[in-house]
Design a protein around this ligand. Structure first.
Ligand code: ZN
Length: 188
């Protein structure tokens, strides 16, 4: 298992719609393994494939370090789709390994139903809410080129512009490896 550099705000691949996985070969298994070690090394609770330069519809989550979620096992989601969303919305503070040193409240549906495939290409359906639904929605957005900062109001967007430029120029301090170029691509 290896720790991969994480793409940051400004990197091209973070704004691209990731391609579906059509077949699970050894390379995909290795990618998922590396995504887990990269996420854990960065103390993240979710990581999308394009955050490590991989243009595929895959994300991993592990919320077991969060109080109250100790029993929740790490999971991989391949070709995920949101089937339904609750009418009830919830505001919750989000952060992102690709946008270091920034946190903001984002309003999203409180609960979701999601379909996805596992590493055996077996289809699953899952209903979940609160933190897990939050992480899943954030990660699925990544696969569509959407970042949590896109939901902020214009005034807040103006306020964070400087910080985003710093990230773009890699002038932020992070305790995990980040990419060195905005064109970084590991797996096309
Ligand atoms: Zn993120």
């Amino acid at each position: 298992m290896s720790i991969l550099p994480i793409t940051v705000f400004g990197d091209d691949i973070l704004r691209k719609k990731a391609a579906p996985v059509t077949e699970i070969k050894d390379d995909i298994v290795e990618i998922v393994d590396n995504m887990f070690s990269t996420m854990i090394n960065a103390n993240g609770i979710g990581l999308a494939a394009n955050q490590v330069g991989i243009n595929r519809r895959i994300f991993v989550i592990d919320v077991s370090a969060v109080e109250g979620y100790e029993k929740f096992k790490p999971m991989v989601f391949i070709n995920p789709k949101i089937v339904s969303k609750s009418d009830e919305l919830e505001s919750f503070e989000e952060g992102c390994l690709s946008i270091p040193e920034l946190k903001a409240n984002v309003i999203r549906p409180k609960g979701i139903e999601i379909s996805f495939y596992d590493l055996n290409m077996k289809e699953h359906k899952m209903e979940t809410d609160d933190l897990v639904a939050r992480v899943i929605q954030h990660e699925l957005d990544h696969l569509n080129g959407v970042l949590f900062i896109d939901y902020l109001d214009e005034e807040t967007k103006k306020k964070i512009k400087k910080h985003l430029n710093k990230i773009k120029n890699r002038k932020v301090e992070v305790n995990y490896p980040i990419t060195k170029s905005p064109n970084y691509l590991l797996y096309k």
